[in-house]
Design a protein around this ligand. Structure first.
Ligand SMILES: *Cc1c(COP(=O)(O)O)cnc(C)c1O
Length: 360
């Protein structure tokens, strides 16, 4: 098999070591005579897999004991509804920061349940920055403050956690969870679809402070209540067992590699060199303000958009695939999550330099 580097935004690359381990255990997991896919979620074997995954995630992220870790389905998109359904309590309004496509979706969904106060928006600069905290109009009576630490499509990232006082802070961390150490105790809820930096699609990880659950609004479906899943250890119904297992292998891989500090060092180095290559050229451009550029998703354009198709075609021939930008913004996007090796970023930079020499 020739070396392919897959820059997809999600589902995204998984560590090769994880895929190899999964392959070796695919048909017969630990001499059980069956695949993890065939196991009852209530079997001893699967319980050991699920408990190990949770305890490893708690260790890697240093999740305090007063938080539940839930392994759910429905994607981050279901969390856009679950957050207001469970956290509004007796309040009728919630604060949202609008930094791009994913924030907008979360805002639209919350609008079905409450008054949404958009405390700040970077829409005026076409979502190429993070609105400075000093300008946010936070409402002290809001049920919570929701933001998107990393906008996967725009490539805009908050490099610090906003301070919001006593109002619970909710983060859609789908594309930045596990990319660096974070202080979980600053959050009411952290949620993430797995298919970017955790594992396969089908799994959604929700880290929720224990005192926030059990107060869902009237009419909340059983499956949309955090309390349902917290009480049942994420096994109220059949969980996404195979995705949970692979996520567990990814957590073990992160531990072997030195944890989130090591991930952060590599991610900073990978993104720094890719942004430097873009900055040092008149042929490529990144519209995002310095200081808000994502470590995980690097959008860039060619100054001559008529060369886009040629760029993508020749990149693919070199083994660099899925570099096409999101349909809403065009251009290119290189998603460089934890599983993208540094050599993949180096290969992309070399290709970009060669392409510029031939076509610039
Ligand atoms: C991918 C993504 C989503 C959507 O996730 P699904 O699991 O497909 O629902 C939401 N928010 C962010 C920031 C994302 O990157």
């Amino acid at each position: 098999m020739s070396q392919i580097y897959n820059f997809s935004a999600g589902p995204a690359m998984l560590p090769a070591e994880v895929l190899e381990q999964a392959a070796s255990e695919l048909v017969d997991w630990h001499s059980s005579g069956m695949s993890v896919m065939e196991m009852s979620h209530r079997s001893k074997g699967f319980i050991s897999i699920s408990e190990k995954a949770e305890s490893d995630l708690r260790e890697i992220m240093e999740i305090p004991d007063n938080y539940y870790v839930l392994f759910l389905q429905g994607g981050a998109s279901s969390q856009f509804a679950m957050v207001p359904m469970n956290l509004l309590r007796d309040r009728d309004t919630a604060d949202y920061v609008n930094t791009g496509s994913w924030s907008k979706k979360a805002i639209a969904e919350a609008g079905r349940f409450c008054k949404v106060n958009v405390v700040a928006s970077s829409e005026p600069d076409n979502f190429t920055s993070v609105p400075p905290k000093s300008g946010w109009s936070l409402n002290p009576h809001a049920a919570y403050v929701h933001y998107t630490p990393n906008e996967t499509i725009g490539g805009v990232e908050f490099h610090a956690i906003p301070e919001v006082g006593n109002v619970p802070l909710i983060a859609d961390m789908s594309s930045s969870i596990l990319s660096r150490p974070i202080d979980v105790s600053k959050f009411g809820i952290i949620y993430a679809g797995a298919q970017k930096n955790i594992g396969p699609a089908g799994l959604t990880v929700v880290i929720v402070r224990k005192d926030l659950i059990g107060k869902e609004i009237a009419g909340t479906p059983t499956m949309f209540s955090y309390a349902t899943h917290a009480k049942a250890g994420s096994m109220y119904n059949t969980p996404p067992t195979y995705s949970w297992y692979i996520a567990g292998l990814v957590f073990e891989w992160i531990k072997r590699k030195g944890g989130l500090k090591a991930m952060a060092d590599i991610n900073r180095r990978k993104s720094d060199k890719l942004y430097a290559a873009i900055n040092n050229s008149d042929f490529y451009n990144n519209p995002v303000s310095a200081g808000c550029r994502s470590w995980m998703n690097v959008p860039f354009t060619l100054v001559t958009p008529s060369l886009d198709a040629k760029f993508l075609e020749e990149a693919k021939e070199t083994g660099l695939v899925t570099l096409k930008g999101h349909r809403s913004v065009g251009g290119m996007r290189a998603s460089i999550y934890n599983a993208m090796p540094e050599e993949g970023v180096d290969a992309l930079i070399t290709f970009m330099e060669d392409f510029e020499k031939k076509n610039g």
